[in-house]
Ligand binder design. Structure first.
Ligand SMILES: [Ca+2]
Length: 285
């Protein structure tokens, strides 16, 4: 069932003018394929309209599940196709609502201007950072595909890192345990979500899982594993190949801590290749 929700916007008292189409499924429950899609679980919500309003007010929310008996409202960043919609035959006051064209009004506030992106390899979450340099051998990144390429807003520029391999070694492990760290301008930021875009060369190089850590220390301290706090360990959003230089699904972190520096490490890639490659990383506050 589709309805136009212009009227609901008056209830929400939003200043922006927005016409959005929403699917409504009564007697239904929603289970996302990944728990990271859950944005909030709000109690004491009196009506389904109030639940929808909470979703409208959250720029990342696409789908809501409302239980009228429990007065419980759950917000998700997932579309319906990114989960299971099940009948709630014994709970007739359950409802799932999902926006069809609610654009994600996220702003990439993490500015990288005049900041160095430090390439690292042979590094795992919690361990010390090992510096990576330009070249074609073990521990290098491809000279024309530097870590700063993931913050230049250019889909055809990538960061390609060999990790334990080199330009002629092909293996599933090539490029894993590599990544970067960076201190952002005007920090600290609360990293609520991120989006990673595939590289321009081969899907086999796509990173599939990563860790993200945060730190409020500076300088040489950022090379120490003890300086970092793990805030995300999971999918990059590229599980389904989006195509070359295309961006994967938005991923939420569930993180509530503010940091000035962030460290991203690739823990697995899609298939056998010489390196891991990705073209953009969008950190969203
Ligand atoms: Ca790029």
């Amino acid at each position: 069932m589709l309805i136009i929700i212009k009227g609901l916007l008056l209830i929400c008292r939003l200043s922006l003018v927005l016409a959005a189409v929403m699917s409504v499924y009564k007697n239904a429950k929603f289970y996302p394929i990944d728990i990271h899609f859950m944005l909030a679980n709000i109690s004491s919500v009196n009506t389904s309209n109030a639940c929808v309003c909470a979703c409208i007010m959250d720029f990342m929310c696409i789908t809501v599940y409302y239980n009228g008996y429990a007065q419980n409202c759950v917000l998700f960043s997932a579309e319906l196709r990114q989960g299971q919609l099940n009948l709630a035959t014994t709970d007739t006051n359950s409802i799932v609502m999902s926006f069809k064209n609610k654009s994600i009004q996220a702003s990439t506030v993490f500015s990288t201007m005049n900041k160095t992106v430090y390439a690292i390899w042979n590094t795992t979450a919690g361990s010390n950072s090992l510096a990576s340099y330009s070249g074609y051998e073990q521990g290098n990144f491809y000279p024309s595909e530097t870590p700063s390429s993931v913050f230049d807003n250019i889909g055809n520029s990538s960061y390609s890192s060999y990790g334990v391999c080199n330009y002629s070694t092909w293996d599933l492990s090539c490029g894993t345990n590599t990544g970067f760290y960076i201190t952002f301008k005007n920090a600290p930021y609360l990293l609520r979500a991120f989006r990673i875009c595939a590289g321009h060369y081969r899907a086999s190089r796509d990173p599939l899982t990563i860790t993200i850590e945060g730190s409020n220390l500076a300088g040489a301290a950022l090379t120490l594993g003890t300086s970092w706090t793990l805030i995300y360990n999971g999918s990059t959003g590229l599980t389904t190949d989006p195509g070359r230089s295309m961006c994967g699904e938005l991923r939420t972190t569930g993180n509530s801590l503010w940091f000035s520096s962030y460290r991203l490490l690739v823990t697995a890639k899609r298939s056998v290749d010489t390196c891991v490659e990705y073209s953009e990383v969008n950190f969203l506050a």
